[in-house]
Design a protein around this ligand. Structure first.
Ligand SMILES: CC(=O)CC(=O)SCCNC(=O)CCNC(=O)[C@H](O)C(C)(C)COP(=O)(O)OP(=O)(O)OC[C@H]1O[C@@H](n2cnc3c(N)ncnc32)[C@H](O)[C@@H]1OP(=O)(O)O
Ligand SMILES: NC(=O)C1=CN([C@@H]2O[C@H](COP(=O)(O)OP(=O)(O)OC[C@H]3O[C@@H](n4cnc5c(N)ncnc54)[C@H](O)[C@@H]3O)[C@@H](O)[C@H]2O)C=CC1
Length: 295
C-alpha cells in the first residue's frame, strides 16, 4: 500500500486528497457481478484474487471472464486478433482464485464483497488486515448495517457496480457517516482507474440508480400481474417508447429476480406475489434459465 495525491473529485473536499493506491484487490463472490468486477480490475492492471465457496464455481467464474473478454477484444482488437489473444492471456494471468477468504485478504489493499444479497452472510465475512479497505457491492442493503459487525468502519464503504460490469460505465461510491475521507477518495480514484465514472451518494436505500430503477421494474411487474399488458408488450413499450436498451422484465431477469429486493416501508418498493412466487420456484432469471422469460 502507498499513498498518492489525486485530482479533486466532485462532491468531495476541495483540497488535494490523499488516497490509498490500490494494487492488490480481492473480490469475494465470483457470480455475475464478482466475475465482472474481477475482469475489469484485472484488465486495468490490478492483481486480483477471486474468492468463492468452491473450485467448481471459480472455474465457471474464469470461464465467464474469458467469454466476456473475447467479446471485448472482438471490438477492441478488431484488426489485431493476435494482440487480442495476448491481452486475454495477460488479463487472465492477473486473476488468481481461492476458496480461503482469510488468506486471500492478507495482502489486499481493497476487498470488494459481491456475494449473495443477505445481510447476515455479508456481516460474517470480516477478518481483514488493518490497512485494507472493505467495500460492498450490495444493491439494496444498508452499508452501515453491513459495516456494523466490524470495528473498522472508517475503512468501509459501498462500491456499487452495474451489470454487465465490463459494459456499464457507472460506479456508485457510498459513504456512511463513519467512512473516512481517505477511504472515499480511494474508492473514487479506484473507480476512475477502472475507467468507470464514479458518482457519490449517501447510504440511502437503493442509492441513486436502484432508487429510481427498481420502482420502474416493480411497477412493470404489477402491470403484468394485473393483466393490463403482456410481458412482451411491456418490454417493447419501454424499449421503443422510452429508449431503454432492455425492457423492465427482461432487465429484471438479467439482474436476477432474487436481487430485486423490496422494502415494505416504501410503497414504491412494495413486493409482488408473482415476483415472490418465481423466486420461491428458483426461477431467478437468466442465470437459472427461466424468470419472466425462458432462456
Ligand atoms: C441491480 C443493481 O444493483 C444494479 C444494476 O446492475 S441495474 C442493471 C443495469 N444494467 C442495465 O440497465 C443493462 C441494460 N442493457 C444494456 O445496456 C444492453 O442491453 C447490454 C449492454 C447489456 C447489451 O447490449 P445489447 O446491444 O442489448 O446486446 P448484445 O448484442 O448482446 O451486446 C452488444 C455488445 O455489448 C457487449 N457486451 C454485452 N455484454 C457483455 C459482457 N458481459 N461482456 C463483454 N461485452 C459485453 C459486446 O460487445 C456485445 O457485442 P457482441 O454481441 O458482438 O459480443
Ligand atoms: N445482479 C446484478 O445485476 C447486481 C448485483 N449486485 C449485488 O452484487 C452481489 C452479488 O450479486 P450477483 O453477482 O448477481 O449474485 P450471484 O448469485 O451471481 O453470485 C453470488 C456469488 O457469491 C458466492 N457466495 C455466496 N456466499 C459466499 C461466501 N460466504 N463467500 C464467498 N462467496 C460466496 C456464490 O457462490 C455466488 O457465486 C449482491 O449483493 C447483489 O445485490 C449489484 C449490482 C448489480
Amino acid at each position: 500500500m502507498a499513498f498518492a495525491t489525486s485530482q479533486v473529485v466532485r462532491g468531495f473536499s476541495s483540497s488535494a486528497v490523499r488516497n490509498v493506491v490500490i494494487k492488490n484487490v480481492t473480490i469475494i463472490g465470483g457470480g455475475q457481478m464478482g466475475a465482472g468486477i474481477a475482469q475489469v480490475a484485472a484488465s486495468t492492471g490490478h492483481s486480483v484474487t477471486l474468492v468463492d465457496t468452491s473450485d467448481d464455481i471459480l472455474k465457471k467464474s474464469i470461464k465467464t471472464i474469458e467469454g466476456s473478454l473475447k467479446r471485448v477484444v472482438k471490438k477492441k482488437f478488431a484488426d489485431k486478433p493476435e494482440a487480442g489473444e495476448e491481452f486475454i492471456k495477460k488479463v487472465v494471468q492477473n486473476v488468481s482464485t481461492s476458496t480461503d477468504v482469510e488468506s486471500a485478504v492478507q495482502s489486499s489493499d481493497l476487498v470488494v464483497e459481491a456475494i449473495v444479497e443477505n445481510l447476515k452472510i455479508k456481516q460474517d465475512l470480516f477478518t481483514l488486515p488493518q490497512h485494507t479497505i472493505f467495500a460492498s457491492n450490495t444493491s439494496s442493503l444498508s452499508i452501515s448495517d453491513i459495516a456494523s459487525s466490524t470495528s473498522r468502519q472508517d475503512r468501509f464503504g459501498g462500491l456499487h457496480f452495474f451489470n454487465p460490469v465490463p459494459m456499464m460505465k457507472l460506479v456508485e461510491v457510498i459513504g456512511t457517516p463513519a467512512t473516512s475521507q481517505e477511504t472515499l477518495d480511494s474508492l473514487l480514484n479506484f473507480s476512475k482507474v477502472l475507467r468507470k465514472t464514479p458518482v457519490s451518494c449517501k447510504d440511502t436505500f437503493g442509492f441513486v440508480v436502484n432508487r429510481l430503477l427498481v420502482p420502474c421494474i416493480m411497477e412493470a411487474i404489477r402491470l403484468y400481474e394485473r393483466g393490463d399488458a403482456s410481458k412482451e408488450d411491456i418490454d417493447i413499450a419501454m424499449k421503443l417508447g422510452a429508449g431503454h436498451p432492455m425492457g423492465p422484465l427482461e432487465l429484471a431477469d438479467y439482474i436476477g429476480l432474487d436481487i430485486i429486493n423490496s422494502d415494505p416501508n416504501n410503497p414504491l418498493f412494495n413486493s409482488s406475489d408473482l415476483l415472490n412466487k418465481l423466486v420461491a420456484e428458483g426461477k431467478l432469471g437468466r442465470k437459472t434459465g427461466e424468470g419472466f422469460f425462458k432462456y
